[in-house]
Design a protein around this ligand. Structure first.
Ligand SMILES: N[C@@H](CCC(=O)N[C@@H](CS)C(=O)NCC(=O)O)C(=O)O
Length: 195
């Protein structure tokens, strides 16, 4: 039985898992739930959110649990920092990204009219300022790319791939890091989705 990833190509949480799978060179099949496969997802996992991984019949739901599971099964090219304290911070940043930053990203997606944009941009600005400070004097957040970089990148990347919004040029550290992530993930442009 192969490994299957129930996913949607544009979901940031699915892109996060695809990057982890690719970084560990794990082969897998894709079930695209946008193409009428939601029924098979619900049958397999008992719920409707993606990503879900079918690991040889074992069901793992949620990008954070899938990433941790993959790390355990495939420890090569680790997605966590080595030092325990750094790992704690890394996991907190992953959670912040998935549970806090996501709200600002959703606000931007829903701000469909020009009048709605400024309020959404103001909310997003709070998180962008924190990230701009975080990336002062850094390349990756820790000494190599970790799940904290991957989680934050996939949220901000969604602004380019789906919302079609570019981060304001003033966030220089953030732009430098976005470009480092883009080149590390071998994306020709920030408008390309990591396969
Ligand atoms: N915390 C979850 C979030 C998953 C999630 O919100 N997935 C969205 C796509 S980005 C979804 O499947 N939504 C469909 C629905 O709610 O019906 C994770 O990290 O995997």
């Amino acid at each position: 039985m192969a490994i299957r990833l129930f996913q949607s190509p544009t979901s940031m949480f699915c892109e996060k898992v695809r990057i982890v799978l690719a970084s560990k060179n794990v082969p897998y099949d894709v079930v695209d739930v946008k193409k009428d496969e939601r029924k098979s997802l619900i049958e397999f996992s008992g719920q409707r959110k993606v990503p879900v991984m079918d690991y040889h019949g074992q069901c793992i739901i949620d990008s954070t649990f899938i990433s941790a599971f993959l790390e355990e099964k495939y420890p090569q090219n680790t997605i966590y920092p080595t030092a325990a304290s750094d790992k704690g911070l890394c996991l907190m940043l992953e959670d912040w990204s998935d549970e806090v930053l996501i709200h600002a990203i959703h606000l931007m997606r829903r701000a469909e009219t020009p009048e709605a944009r400024p309020a959404a941009e103001k909310a997003l600005g709070i998180d962008l300022r924190s990230l701009e400070l975080l990336f002062t004097g850094k390349s990756f957040i820790f000494d190599r790319m970790t799940i904290a970089d991957i989680a934050i990148f996939t949220q901000l990347h969604y602004l380019y791939t789906v919302v079609r919004y570019e981060l304001p040029p003033g966030y220089k550290n953030l732009h430098t890091w976005m470009d480092l992530m883009r080149s590390s993930l071998k994306l020709a442009s920030l408008y390309d989705i990591a396969a």
